[in-house]
Design a protein. Structure first.
Length: 336
């Protein structure tokens, strides 16, 4: 019995020691974890102070003729140096030198997106030696929208870009007399007329006619869904409905393009898509027709003088002559 009691006493002591060891180990681990947690912010701040470096912003600029979100570094960009400087300075002013500061990276990305240049929030990240890289999907210029005395730059989807020009200073095709005022940066122009004009410009861009196109008048689009091409001589071609849109009694887009191609290549019409006439109508199934009563130039609001538009004179009943034989649909007749 004495031996049994001794054994039991020895086993209890060993178990107690094991429990105490486990408890001490647990307290040590908790203490180390708590100490590390309390010390981490100071340690991080200290490391950040030691590693703090001047920030160098490197933005992957959109190259000419290339798409994608990661353009080649050696490609030339269509974005001019003044705008490059603006964007770089904006990013530089938001970023901190702290290599652990993710909040400033997020603020930088948002600030760049708010300029309207990017389709979505760009990726902003740090590299070695204080370099901060910016990569994103860019909105590209397509045309300008003429509103009042200002030409506003827009993307192919009609989104407003952060550039304004004096009238005619951009060198781009313009869209005249839109229904709505300019939207916020990066937002689409409302009304549908700007997008319809951009679709027509995109359709004409691959044709010989494009070199003679200066702009698109959309003043009659909202009420009549009618687009009017303005040539480099300020003559007018009534195009009609947007490309690809069916309108009863109006020739298809393909037929209109064939007519323009013939006019642009025909010496009978001085190789002019407007036949060198103030007004030409492409919405007549029988073929392009000239309005010989229309006067050169335009009245206020983008309407040709003498058509009864805003700022125009008393309506004049047009006298028209067919440039294309009705029977052929594409073969022009002799010049009037």
């Amino acid at each position: 019995m004495a031996r049994a009691n001794f054994k039991n006493s020895s086993g209890g002591t060993a178990a107690l020691i094991a429990r105490l060891s486990l408890g001490v180990t647990f307290l040590i681990i908790v203490g180390l974890a708590t100490g590390a947690w309390l010390a981490y912010p100071r340690l991080q701040a200290r490391v950040a102070q030691i590693k703090r470096e001047a920030v160098t912003v490197r933005i992957s600029w959109p190259p000419i003729g290339l798409g994608g979100t990661k353009p080649a570094s050696d490609a030339k960009t269509w974005l001019s140096e003044p705008f490059q400087f603006q964007l770089t300075s904006l990013a530089q002013g938001v970023l901190s030198e702290d290599p652990f500061d993710r909040a400033s990276l997020e603020r930088c990305a948002r600030a760049l997106y708010d300029t309207g240049w990017f389709k979505e929030t760009p990726r902003v990240f740090r590299e070695r030696d204080g370099i901060v890289r910016v990569e994103g999907s860019w909105r590209t210029p397509a045309a300008v929208v003429r509103r009042g005395e200002v030409d506003y730059l827009v993307s192919p989807d009609g989104e407003l870009l952060p550039v304004e020009y004096k009238l005619g200073a951009s060198g781009l095709r313009y869209i005249a007399a839109p229904f709505a005022d300019p939207p916020a940066l990066g937002e689409r122009w409302v009304g549908g007329d700007v997008q319809a004009a951009l679709a027509l410009l995109a359709q004409l861009q691959a044709t010989k006619a494009y070199n003679q196109v200066s702009g698109i008048d959309v003043s009659r689009f909202v009420q009549q869904r009618r687009l009017v091409i303005i040539t480099d001589r300020q003559n007018r071609l009534v195009w009609g409905a947007p490309p690809g849109e069916f309108k009863p009694g109006e020739p298809s887009t393909d037929v209109k393009l064939k007519w323009l191609a013939y006019l642009a290549g025909s010496p009978d019409f001085e190789r002019r898509i407007d036949a060198n006439k103030p007004m030409l109508d492409l919405t007549i199934p029988g073929g392009p027709m000239i309005d010989v009563s229309a006067q050169p130039g335009a009245g206020k609001g983008g309407e040709p003088a003498g058509t009864g538009g805003a700022g125009g004179s008393e309506e004049v009943k047009p006298h028209r002559e067919v440039l294309v034989d009705r029977g052929s649909g594409a073969k022009p007749g002799k010049r009037p």
